[in-house]
Design a protein. Structure first.
Length: 273
């Protein structure tokens, strides 16, 4: 089993899994509790358009993705303030439009056309040391923002109306939270892919919420579960010669199904008693 540590790419992948799980566990907790998984998916898929634009303009695709995702966060925040009854529909349209723009921009790109599949399912086995440093800095950024605004984020997460009565800038705090989600998604897209980003944002926290009672405990358990899912997925992909991103998702989904079954059996047992 320890033979995998002979390969630098596997060591880097395992370190990346650890670092990514920290950001996903913290930000994903807010995503699940606030019930904005669909919004996060919209931001992630809109970023795909920025990736295509980056290739078309000859700049780093991540910069294009960052612009698109932050724009999506601002758009969603604006529509929310207007209390539009079509917000879900607009997010769905934005989701599809971002993906379509990415494909179109790639078609317009002269010369070599890159394979964007790596941005969908990630390429975690090719992570260089430089990107590990970026992920570490991202973790510090996420932890720093959450520490500074923990009480405010907790307040708007559980009781937004009460937060307004306290005189706190709810709309600005919500926009900051969406921007934190956007930055986390974009900086990890190249590493784990758009599909895996959504899975790791939602699945560990969706399991954790059923077993802990505080936001901090939920974050810690989500981080641990994220580490377990990514590590097990990487090991299975290595020994079974499978795609790493897809394997991690399958492991996470399997764990979610087992958790759901466990809770269901627990409730039935409680009723019988």
């Amino acid at each position: 089993m320890f033979e995998i540590f002979q390969y630098d790419f596997m060591v880097n992948a395992l370190i990346a899994s650890l670092l990514a799980s920290v950001a996903f566990g913290i930000v994903g907790t807010y995503v699940v509790v606030r019930k904005i998984v669909f919004i996060s998916g919209g931001i992630a898929h809109t970023a795909y358009g920025g990736i295509g634009l980056g290739y078309l303009l000859g700049i780093n695709p991540i910069f294009g993705a960052l612009i698109f995702s932050l724009g999506a966060a601002g758009f969603i925040s604006t529509m929310r303030k207007k209390e539009s009854q079509f917000e879900d529909t607009l997010i769905g349209i934005m989701w599809a439009f971002g993906m379509a723009l990415g494909v179109m921009f790639i078609n317009f790109t002269p010369g070599y056309v890159p394979d964007l599949m790596s941005y969908l399912f990630g390429n975690i086995l090719t992570i260089p040391d430089s990107e590990l440093i970026i992920m570490f800095l991202l973790d510090l950024f996420v932890i720093g923002i959450v520490v500074l605004f923990f009480r405010e984020f907790q307040s708007i997460t559980f009781d937004e109306e009460y937060t307004r009565t306290l005189g706190l800038p709810v709309d600005k705090l919500y926009l900051l939270l969406l921007m934190l989600i956007a930055v986390t998604i974009v900086l990890l897209i190249k590493l784990v892919g758009i599909i895996l980003v959504i899975a790791l944002l939602s699945i560990p926290s969706s399991i954790s919420i059923n077993y802990v009672k505080s936001l901090k405990s939920m974050m810690l358990l989500s981080i641990v579960l994220g580490i377990v899912f990514t590590t097990v997925g990487l090991l299975l992909s290595y020994y079974l010669n499978l795609a790493s991103g897809a394997t991690i998702i399958i492991v996470a989904v399997a764990a979610y199904l087992i958790s759901t079954l466990h809770l269901s059996l627990k409730k039935k047992r409680f009723k019988l008693v």
